[in-house]
Design a protein around this ligand. Structure first.
Ligand code: GLU
Length: 373
């Protein structure tokens, strides 16, 4: 059997603090990191995009700052993260460099994946990094996130990233090899190798956090699975205790797979099509309709009129002049800008709004045809 991991084109790997940071010394486990980076390099050589979501800032920073053992207060963990994130980024950057891979640090807060305009910007940046062959290393921006706007755990953050980037597989590397029907040390607990749905029974199987560092646990992993599956991304929980944890998954080591029922692109398009109330309308001509039917992006040149008030990233309807709704999509410009650039060629859009703006009014990945038949 070819492994699902080897077949994936875009892989998001979440690395927990307990794997990366030695609890006794508060330092990076260098040989483990180097074995993981070997695996990342192999996946990239096989043609996959890899995005890392790495915890460890707080675990690395707390000792350096001389903070006490045990649970930290919010401001203490934020201070620890401020110190530890530098060391964390440096460790990744150096390890990846040995494989000639460029590392890119991205620190996000909840609003970056929840608020639409920021979401599109974060996604565009990540896409550019991937297109250039870099490996983004993401963590929560712990120092500025207040408790109300925190993910608090990187399991869900990684799932949001997987959903935002239309990932094929989300790998949660942790201190446990997968999901059990009951806490693994309990008698009669059985291992669950594969799931297609998060039922209440599955949720009941998720016990309390097992490791002492990091804030995850099985509960946040199940939450992450819900996010990933609804975005059409498969997820796997696997142990990171051994060296070469990704190679081991590819070679079918024991782990729990959560299998999505549709692809990332299908889910995304369903989500866009399902928007109840598009906030604006873009009226287009026959030429644009033909282009859309061929699966092309909607360019400003094909738009004749703009209606409504919307922000970049909102869902708008694409309507044929004097005709029906043709499609829906996430618009790349706000209403005021869109009105300025209708009918213009890309070069003129750049002149008007400044270089660096995108060519499409709506990118084809953000567009879904509305078949009313
Ligand atoms: N963002 C935290 C850190 O880097 C970790 C969150 C988690 O444990 O999931 O230390």
């Amino acid at each position: 059997m070819t492994s699902r991991l080897s077949k994936a084109k875009r892989i998001i790997v979440k690395v927990g603090s307990a794997l990366l940071v030695d609890q006794k010394t508060g330092t990076i486990k260098a040989s483990w990191l180097s074995s993981l980076v070997d695996d990342v390099a192999d996946l990239k050589i096989a043609g996959a995009d890899v995005i890392l979501v790495s915890s460890g800032a707080i675990a690395l920073g707390r000792r350096t700052l001389g903070l006490p053992k045990g649970k930290l207060k919010l401001d203490q963990s934020q201070a620890a993260a401020a110190v530890g994130q530098i060391a964390l980024a440096q460790a990744w950057s150096e390890a990846l460099r040995t494989k000639n891979i460029v590392a890119a640090q991205i620190l996000v807060t909840l609003t970056d994946t929840e608020e639409r305009r920021r979401y599109l910007n974060a996604r565009a940046t990540l896409s550019t990094l991937l297109a250039q062959g870099a490996v983004p290393v993401i963590n929560e921006n712990d120092t500025v996130a207040t408790s109300e706007i925190r993910y608090g755990d990187n399991d869900r953050l990684a799932a949001r990233v997987a959903s935002m980037m239309s990932g094929d597989v989300l790998v949660l590397l942790s201190d446990i090899d997968g999901l059990y029907s009951a806490p693994p040390n309990q008698k009669g607990a059985t291992f669950i190798p594969e799931l297609r749905e998060i039922t209440p029974e599955v949720e009941a199987m998720a016990g309390k956090p097992i490791s002492g560092v990091g804030s995850g646990g099985m509960i946040t992993k199940i939450e992450a699975a819900k996010i990933a599956l609804s975005a059409g991304c498969n997820m796997v929980i696997a142990s990171g205790h051994e060296l070469h944890p990704l190679k081991r998954i590819a070679e079918n080591a024991r782990c729990t797979w959560f299998l999505a029922q549709s692809s990332a692109m299908q889910s995304r398009k369903r989500w866009i099509a399902g928007t109840l109330q598009p906030t604006g309308k873009l009226f287009v001509d026959e030429g644009a309709k033909t282009a859309l039917l061929k699966g092309k992006s909607l360019l400003p040149a094909g738009v004749k009129r703009v209606e409504g008030t919307f922000a970049r990233g909102d869902t708008v309807s694409i309507v044929l002049i004097d005709g029906p709704e043709l499609a829906r999509g996430l618009v790349g410009y706000d209403a005021a800008e869109a009105k300025q650039i209708i009918g213009l060629k890309s070069a003129d859009v750049q002149k008007l709004l400044g270089a660096g703006d995108r060519d499409e009014m709506i990118h084809r990945d953000d567009l879904v045809m509305m078949d009313r038949k």
